[in-house]
Design a protein around this ligand. Structure first.
Ligand code: DUC
Ligand code: ZN
Ligand code: ZN
Length: 482
C-alpha cells in the first residue's frame, strides 16, 4: 500500500507543477476522448508517457499522484502547427517570443507548436534559419516545438539541402510564399514541390496573388485610402483563391506532390481544394479561428488596426462556408497563425497607412477554448472531430504521430483537461501572451481548459502557467507519409 494523494477539481496543490514529470500520475474517471471516441477511463502516466488506459486502473502498488477528473474531458494536448514567435517581419518583431508564446499556448491547452520561421538573409541556406530558430527556442520554450523550413529562393544548392533537412534535422515540412519579399515564381514552385515530394516533405503554402495585391494596394493608397478596411480591399478573396487553384495545379503537375494550404480564409479557395480532393489529389487545408469567427466589419471599428493580417478577414458569409468545411471534412486542421504585435505601439505603425501595419494577430491561447465552445458546445462538431482538427491530423500530417496527437500507450503524456461546464468571457486579462489585446475580446465560451500536461508535467492549471522556460524539447519529425 502507499500514501497516494488525490487532487480534486481545483488541483491547487499541484500548482508547483513539476512533480508530475518525475512522479507517476493517475488521471481518474475522466471522459477520455481521442479522434475516434469518448469513454470513461483512467490514464496512468509514468516517465512522461502514457503507461496504461483502462476503465479502471489500480495503483495500489504504485506511488503516484491521483488527479480526479470526474466530469472532465481528457483529450490529447493541442498541436498548433502555425505560429510565428519572435518573427521579424521587417516592419516590427512580433511581441511574443518562444517563452511568452508557449506559456500562452500551454494555458490554452496546447502542448506542441510548429513555428513558421521567418526569412533569413537573402541567399542563405536552408539550415541558416533552423540554427537561428533553435537558438530562439532552446532555453525559452515551455512546451515541445518544431519548425517548418522556409524556402526563400530555389537553386541547385537549396534543392540538394532538402534531403538533409528532412533526414538529419527532422524538418518534414516547408513553407513557400506566393507573395511577400521572397515570393516564388512558377518555375521555383514547381522545382520545390517536386524535390520536396522526393525527399519526403510536405509543401505548405501562403497562397495570395502578388501582382493583383500590388496593383490594388498602389491604387488605393494613391486615392488616399489608407484606413484598415482598405487592407482587406487590397487583397480580396479572389487573390487568395486564384493562388490556391494555381498551387493545386502546380502540385499535380509536379508528380502529384502533397500540398498543405495554410490559413484558408474563404469558401472559393475551399471549393478548389474540394475539387482536387474529389479527384484524389493529396491536398490538405488549414483554417484559423479568426476566419471562422470574425469578419471584415471589424475593419470599420476604431481599433480596426488590431485585425490587420493576411489573408485579411473576409465578408461575413465566408465564415459559414468554412464551418461547413469543418463539418464535412474538407478542412483538416485548425491552427492560429499567432503573430502578435502590440496595439498600443506596434500596430500604430499603420495608423496613417494600412500598408505600414505589421500583419498578424494573437490567438495561440484561445484556439482550443474557442473551437471547443463554438464547435463542440454549439453542436457543429463532436469531440472526436475536435480532437482530429486540433491534435490528431496535425500530428499525422507533420510527422509527429503517434508520439503526439494520440492517447496510445507509449505516447507522450500530452493532455488537456476540459471542463465543459466552465464559462468564461474572453478578455485579454485572462491570457498569458505578451500582446495587449485579443481579437476575440468579449466572446463568451462554454467549456475551458483547466489543466494542461506536457510529457506528464503540469504546465498549466486553472488559468495559471505552471511550466518552465526551457522545458520544451525540439521535436525531430518523421518524413511525410499520407
Ligand atoms: N500573415 C502571414 O502570412 N504571416 C504572419 C501574419 C500574417 O498576417
Ligand atoms: Zn502566411
Ligand atoms: Zn503565418
Amino acid at each position: 500500500m502507499n500514501n497516494n494523494t488525490t487532487y480534486q477539481t481545483d488541483y491547487s496543490e499541484l500548482l508547483a507543477g513539476q512533480e508530475g514529470s518525475a512522479q507517476a500520475l493517475l488521471i481518474r474517471h475522466g471522459q477520455v476522448g481521442d479522434h475516434q471516441s469518448v469513454r470513461t477511463a483512467d490514464i496512468l502516466i509514468q516517465n512522461g508517457k502514457i503507461a496504461q488506459v483502462a476503465a479502471q486502473i489500480s495503483v495500489q502498488d504504485i506511488d503516484c499522484v491521483v488527479i480526479d477528473a470526474t466530469d472532465k474531458l481528457v483529450l490529447p494536448g493541442g498541436i498548433d502547427v502555425h505560429t510565428h514567435f519572435n518573427i521579424d517581419v521587417g516592419l516590427a518583431r512580433s511581441c511574443d517570443d518562444f517563452y511568452t508564446g508557449t506559456r500562452a499556448a500551454a494555458c490554452g491547452g496546447t502542448t506542441s507548436i510548429i513555428d513558421h520561421m521567418g526569412f533569413g538573409p537573402a541567399g542563405c541556406s536552408l539550415f541558416h534559419q533552423l540554427e537561428v530558430y533553435k537558438g530562439y527556442a532552446q532555453d525559452k520554450a515551455a512546451i515541445d516545438y518544431s519548425f517548418h523550413g522556409v524556402i526563400q529562393h530555389i537553386d541547385d544548392e537549396i534543392l540538394s539541402q532538402m534531403q538533409a533537412m528532412v533526414s538529419d534535422q527532422g524538418i518534414a515540412s516547408f513553407k513557400l510564399y506566393l507573395t511577400y519579399q521572397h515570393k516564388l515564381d512558377d518555375d521555383a514552385v514547381y522545382k520545390a514541390l517536386s524535390q520536396l515530394k522526393k525527399v519526403g516533405a510536405l509543401t505548405t503554402v501562403h497562397p495570395e496573388n502578388d501582382a493583383t495585391i500590388t496593383i490594388k494596394r498602389a491604387q488605393l493608397l494613391s486615392e488616399g485610402k489608407t484606413e484598415p478596411k482598405y487592407h482587406a480591399q487590397s487583397r480580396p478573396l479572389e487573390c487568395e483563391a486564384e493562388a490556391v487553384a494555381r498551387m493545386i495545379n502546380l502540385a499535380k503537375l509536379a508528380d502529384d506532390a502533397p500540398l498543405y494550404i495554410v490559413h484558408l480564409s474563404n469558401g472559393l479557395g475551399l471549393d478548389y481544394a474540394r475539387m482536387a480532393r474529389a479527384n484524389q489529389q493529396a491536398v490538405w487545408v488549414e483554417t484559423c479561428l479568426q476566419y471562422l469567427l470574425l469578419d471584415d466589419n471589424y475593419y470599420d471599428r476604431e481599433d480596426g488596426l488590431k485585425f490587420i493580417l493576411s489573408p485579411p478577414l473576409r465578408p461575413e458569409a465566408e465564415k459559414e462556408k468554412l464551418w461547413q468545411g469543418l463539418i464535412d471534412g474538407s478542412i483538416d486542421t485548425v491552427a492560429t497563425d499567432h503573430c502578435a504585435f502590440t496595439y498600443a505601439e506596434q500596430k500604430q505603425l499603420g495608423a496613417d497607412n494600412f500598408a505600414q501595419c505589421p500583419n498578424g494577430l494573437p490567438g495561440v491561447e484561445t484556439r482550443m477554448p474557442l473551437l471547443f465552445s463554438e464547435g463542440v458546445m454549439k453542436g457543429r462538431i463532436d469531440i472526436p472531430r475536435f480532437v482530429e482538427l486540433t491534435s490528431y491530423q496535425p500530428a499525422k500530417l507533420f510527422g509527429l504521430y503517434p508520439k503526439k496527437g494520440s492517447l496510445e500507450v507509449g505516447a507522450d503524456a500530452d493532455l488537456v483537461l476540459f471542463d465543459s461546464n466552465e464559462k468564461q468571457t474572453i478578455t485579454h486579462d485572462l491570457l498569458h501572451d505578451n500582446s495587449d489585446y485579443t481579437p476575440f475580446e468579449g466572446i463568451s465560451c462554454t467549456g475551458w481548459p483547466v489543466m494542461t500536461l506536457c510529457r506528464g508535467a503540469v504546465v498549466a492549471c486553472n488559468g495559471k502557467f505552471t511550466g518552465q522556460a526551457g522545458f520544451g524539447r525540439f521535436m525531430h519529425r518523421k518524413p511525410f507519409s499520407a
